[in-house]
Design a protein around this ligand. Sequence first.
Ligand code: THU
Length: 160
Amino acid sequence: MEKHTLRTEYSVYGSPEELPADDKSLLDAARSALEHAYSPYSRFKVGAAVRLANGEILGGSNYENASYPLCICAEQTVLTMASSRFPGVPVHAIAVTVKNPERPVTRPAPPCGACRQVICETEQKNRQPLRILLHGESGPVYVFENGRDLLPLAFDGSYL
Ligand code: THU
């Protein structure tokens, strides 16, 4: 028997103001998208924005359903939108931010497992890394250089 270790790495910026300008503007777009969240059940708002290789920036938010398992996460909203509107154009980066009306979120909320899998699929499809920026309502910003760092040992099409 051998023990193996999975290592993951990310950068921490003290606040959005410390980010490079294009990352900061992507996070601003995610923050704007968050206002369009449809979340009458959880009241939790999530905004995501993507920057595409052609310079387009698209925003999306979570979209809930009275049948709870049908709730769609913001990351999945925006990544499927990007692929539908701009097929074949790689996604360079995604920014995600959240708002909880019950209490302020002062640290980045990590994407759920399903969204990590969808981010990894987008990377595979585009054959290039997808940068991920995570922010709460305040506090630090976490930056991952690719989906694999968020989801080590991901399942992918190479097994099929
Ligand atoms: N949610 C997202 O939009 N993204 C995630 O990565 C985690 C959760 C949404 C789904 C649901 O509308 C609400 O947040 C509470 O789970």
